[in-house]
Design a protein around this ligand. Structure first.
Ligand SMILES: NC(=O)c1ccc[n+]([C@@H]2O[C@H](COP(=O)([O-])OP(=O)(O)OC[C@H]3O[C@@H](n4cnc5c(N)ncnc54)[C@H](OP(=O)(O)O)[C@@H]3O)[C@@H](O)[C@H]2O)c1
Length: 262
């Protein structure tokens, strides 16, 4: 038996033990967005809608951008990533920015057209560039800010039929790392690269019980993502709890990119 040194935690006065935490309460760092303005592109659906709920529920003033109006936010700005319209009406000071618009264009390579590639680049990369450029003065004004962009598991892991979307999201990852360096130390930039997540965007892949089960089986954690799994990570990256993290690609992907069960 190993030698025991001193008293255990539970015997030391003033040191909390696991047993002394109130039951049923999550003991976690606080997520406080009081007094913070967050710009959220794509808050009407899926991961963005879940993120909007989390941010608003924790005190953020959220300005949404997108094609469909979103109610109950500080402001909504009409924005189509495929158009060249100017973005006007962003808050003067911006503490956080998340860009959620994305595409899933899955085709064999020989069937992908130039228009497929261009659309994927416009929505995933150039739309983000546009929002980032419009928001930069506000992020500088805020003194410090955090940006979250979205990639896909198909950039770090080769998946058939993903050539167009993987190209566009690979560009997003390159953009994010470059900006994370250019804008340090005041503005952090990180990327979330999810695997299949149960949102309207993925409905054609998860539209039946059979499809869903097959997708779950492909993941080492035997599940597909829930929007809140991904939105929770985005909220963490937008908040102060992640102040030492920038230039990273985080992977809520059910283990798909890094685990190979025997
Ligand atoms: N779901 C997945 O399986 C999965 C997997 C890997 C990566 N991702 C990435 O995660 C991010 C969020 O995806 P999601 O599944 O939550 O998608 P979603 O449910 O389709 O939501 C996308 C949001 O972006 C907005 N949007 C879409 N196209 C737009 C455009 N052209 N201009 C402006 N806004 C646009 C939509 O709002 P409006 O329609 O109102 O404009 C909507 O609020 C995307 O970048 C996606 O590529 C998702």
């Amino acid at each position: 038996m190993g030698k025991r040194y001193g008293r255990t935690c539970s015997q030391q006065p003033g040191i909390a033990t696991f047993a002394s935490f109130p039951k049923g309460r999550i003991v976690a760092p606080s997520m406080d967005f009081q007094g913070k303005n967050v710009v959220l592109a794509g808050g009407s659906s899926g991961i963005g809608a879940s993120l909007l709920e989390t941010l608003s529920g924790n005190g953020a003033e959220v300005t949404t951008l997108g094609r469909r109006p979103v109610e109950g936010t500080a402001a909504h700005i009409s924005f189509d990533a495929e158009s060249g319209d100017e973005i006007e009406g962003l808050p003067e000071a911006i503490h956080g920015l998340a860009y959620c618009p994305g595409t899933i264009t899955l085709k064999p390579f020989h069937r992908l057209s130039e228009d497929d590639f261009l659309r994927d680049f416009r929505v995933n990369l150039l739309g983000a560039v546009k929002v980032l450029q419009a928001a930069l003065p506000g992020m500088k004004k805020a003194g410090s800010a955090s940006v979250v962009l979205f990639s896909t598991v198909a950039v770090g892991t080769g998946l058939g039929f993903h050539a167009s979307i993987a190209s566009a999201k690979g560009a997003v990852e390159g953009l994010a790392r470059s900006l994370a360096c250019e804008w340090a130390p005041n503005i952090r930039v990180n990327v979330i690269a999810p695997s299949l997540t149960n949102t309207p965007l993925a409905s054609s892949l998860l539209g039946s019980e059979e499809k869903r089960e097959a997708s779950e089986k492909r993941h080492p954690l035997k599940a597909v993502g829930d929007p809140s799994d991904v939105a929770g990570l985005a909220a963490f990256l937008l908040g102060d709890e992640s102040k030492f993290i920038s230039g990273q690609v985080l992977r809520p992907d059910g283990g798909l990119s890094s685990l190979r069960p025997l």
